[in-house]
Design a protein around this ligand. Structure first.
Ligand code: CMP
Length: 138
């Protein structure tokens, strides 16, 4: 069924000038953009958004990174959106990401990995609602 996923182009992707190229890949893969904005997460936003990782050793670094500059937040629609988008972005660690994936092309490290993609339909809905109100979804 047609459904939705949530993505962010992370601060490294924005800083390195990859917004256009990443959106082009998203379009070419058949996703419809139903919400999108340039924004910046506060420390409190990032701690809440990544709450499931709060006990991980990299949590402080993750929050620092995700708040250091602008991100592009977006909601994408497609059949099988969550799974297909995770295939498009590739493995968390760009060194392990398949050829042609967004992380293989644009990520620099496991921490600074250019893009986020929701890992389940349930999290996609939670993450979309974190960043967008109902009237920002088209
Ligand atoms: P993502 O899967 O989008 O969300 C959790 C993030 O934590 C992940 O991307 C990475 O950016 C980050 N992360 C995961 N593992 C590590 C790690 N070993 N070191 C630093 N950051 C990590």
């Amino acid at each position: 069924a047609t459904n939705r996923t949530f993505t962010m182009i992370k601060p490294d992707g924005v800083e390195n000038g990859h917004i256009g190229a990443i959106l082009e890949k998203i379009n070419a893969a058949g996703f419809r953009i139903v919400a999108m904005k340039l924004t910046q997460m506060t420390k409190r936003d990032a701690e809440s958004f990544y709450g499931v990782h709060s006990e991980r050793p990299f949590f402080g670094e993750l929050v620092e990174f995700m708040t250091r500059g602008a991100i592009v937040a977006a909601v994408l629609e497609k059949d099988n959106a969550v799974e297909d988008f995770r295939a498009l972005i590739g493995a968390t660690n760009p060194a392990e990401a398949a050829e042609g994936t967004i992380r293989k092309l644009y990520a620099t490290s496991i921490g600074e990995n250019a893009v986020h993609g929701s890992d389940s339909d349930e999290n996609a809905a939670i993450e979309a609602a974190f960043h967008f109100s109902g009237r920002e979804l088209f």
